[in-house]
Design a protein around this ligand. Structure first.
Ligand code: NAD
Length: 510
């Protein structure tokens, strides 16, 4: 049995709540997935999409139940379960229904003159069995979106959801079953890291991993040993740059949401907020005003829910301790150690000022409801501070000057930039999503993101009517003619007559 240790997750949930997949069953799962792939890959894209449509309708049918399971398993407010998980999945399916056939279609491409008489195509072939390993912070969206793309592209899929949010994993499994996918096409393996490792050992054809940078490195090493291609969607420490000319009320509301949505447990959270010095004091005041208005309870109207995973609270505390010991000021909220009377995993929001890049809270992923604000002077310093990180996931720039926004966006070292908003680019299936540096390798979403679950197959067709080719044996007398051909074709000016003459003579010799 996979190692499902009893760590408390949200709302008193424990990771033991779902029966685990025995490690011994992994080889059998892999065989099933391989068999299913053989049939699934042969279906036309339109036929595969019919199953995705069924999934979308099943999701709508069970909307309340799905939202409820996500909210209970993670502790996030129901509104966030709908907007940041269900809606994104529904939109991803709608995108695939509209565009997958076109994106995956075999394309005719140009053939160079040097290969005259032939025709070239690029086909997008599915990789085989795709293993999707996902984290606990958006347990539905981050497992479903890559799995759906992989399926549409013709792969069979094994999903290994996070052991911290097992009920969502179980719900997804039933969801796929209800949509009637052929046996083995999509399977869900329930368990912890040891199960993930075992699945990698079983040699899937592709690994799509979302999770921490630490685990990402372990997975990349294991994959490299077997030369399995991967996409790695890892951690972040995203900067938010606010210039004095920005709409400050909007920026403050945006910062509060960007830093505190899902209690800050978002890979693209606004974890570092930089404000241009003349606007700094007013901005901090606006932040406090906005945070004070937040409702944190268990009602349907809650803005803030709870943390999902108890050990994450220790990381948040450690970062805050480290910051305060180095001179940071708690401008709003209670120090995490003074949370007397609070129950469960709820962590109240905190605003920290006087932070520096020597503090963990500005360097490592905090993944908690902590807003860190720091002033800057001018564009150059803003960019330098924003890029001073080992991560490179996302960033946001807040200004009314569109040219400045474009200028800054161009030099930020990260996978996405949002202007005058934050986080939301991940919700667009038309935009690629992925990180650079220690935030990951590769991306998904968008056309390239769907093709990422395929490999390009080059197909070059000759009609087979000539008895020989100019570059085949025998070479006798061909060398000077090829020299001539290269000079005629690639020189300063094209010399067509010389080219044709050399080519015809080569033909004669072939
Ligand atoms: P994690 O790395 O602890 O776990 C992620 C998954 O990997 C889980 O399913 C876990 O069981 C599995 N796993 C652990 N060890 C493994 C091993 N040796 N072999 C195979 N699988 C293994 O991450 P987490 O704590 O669940 O999630 C939070 C992290 O995910 C944060 O760092 C966050 O930034 C990141 N994240 C990134 C994105 C993104 O798209 N870039 C999105 C969300 C979360």
């Amino acid at each position: 049995m996979s190692n499902l240790t009893a760590k408390p997750a949200a709302a008193g949930n424990t990771v033991q709540d779902a029966a685990g997949t025995p490690l011994a069953s992994v080889p059998d799962m892999m065989r099933q997935a391989q068999r299913a792939f053989d049939t699934w890959r042969r279906l036309a894209v339109a036929e595969r999409l019919r199953y995705l449509t069924a999934l979308r309708l099943e999701l709508l049918e069970a909307l309340d139940e799905c939202v409820d399971v996500i909210a209970r398993d993670t502790g996030k407010p129901k509104t966030e379960a709908v907007t940041a998980e269900v809606l994104v999945v529904a939109e991803a399916i709608a995108y695939l229904e509209r565009h997958a056939e076109r994106i995956l279609k075999t394309r005719k491409v140009k053939t160079p003159l040097t290969l005259i008489g032939k025709t070239s195509y690029i086909a997008h072939e599915p990789c085989g069995v795709v293993l999707v390993i996902s984290p606990w912070n958006f347990p539905f969206m981050l497992a479903a979106v890559p799995a759906l793309s992989a399926l549409a592209a013709g792969n069979s899929v094994i999903i290994k959801p996070s052991e911290v949010t097992p009920k969502v994993g179980k719900w997804m499994e039933a969801w796929f079953q209800k949509a009637g996918f052929p046996v083995g096409t999509v399977q869900v393996a329930h368990g912890a890291g040891d199960l993930g490792a075992k699945l990698i050992e079983a040699h899937p054809d592709y690994i799509f991993f979302t999770g921490s940078t630490k685990t990402g490195k372990i997975i990349q090493e294991a994959a490299a040993r077997q030369l399995i291609p991967t996409t790695l969607e890892l951690g972040g420490k995203d900067p938010m740059i606010i210039f004095q000319d920005a709409h400050l009320e909007r920026a403050a509301k945006g910062a509060v949401w960007g830093a505190l949505t899902n209690s800050g447990q978002v890979c693209v959270s606004a974890e570092r907020i930089y404000v241009e010095r003349p606007a700094y004091e007013r901005f901090v005041a606006l932040l406090k005003e906005q945070v004070r208005l937040l409702k944190q309870d268990d009602s349907d109207d809650a803005d803030l829910g709870s943390m999902t995973f108890a050990p994450q609270i220790d990381i948040v505390k450690d970062h805050v301790h480290d910051a305060v010991s180095k001179g940071a000021v708690v401008a709003y909220g209670r120090f995490p150690d003074e949370r007397k009377g609070e129950t469960g995993l709820k962590l109240g929001p905190l605003i920290l000022t006087d932070v520096t890049h020597e503090m963990k809270v500005m360097r490592e992923e905090t993944f908690g409801p902590v807003i860190c604000v720091m002033p800057f002077d001018g564009e150059e310093e803003a960019v330098r501070l924003a890029n001073d990180t080992r991560y490179g996931l996302s960033a946001s720039v807040w200004t009314r000057d569109a040219k400045k926004a474009r200028r800054i966006a161009a030099v930020l070292a990260c996978g996405s930039v949002v202007v005058n908003d934050t986080i939301v680019s991940i919700a667009s299936p038309y935009l690629p999503f992925g990180g650079i540096k220690e935030s990951g390798i590769g991306s998904y979403h968008g056309e390239a993101g769907l093709r990422a679950f395929t490999y390009p197959k080059a197909i070059l067709v000759d009609r087979g009517r000539k008895k020989s080719e100019v570059n085949w044996f025998p070479y006798a007398g061909k060398y000077p003619l090829f020299l001539d051909l290269v000079r005629a074709y690639y020189g300063k000016r094209k010399q067509w007559r010389r080219f044709v003459r050399a080519y015809l003579r080569l033909l004669k010799k072939s």
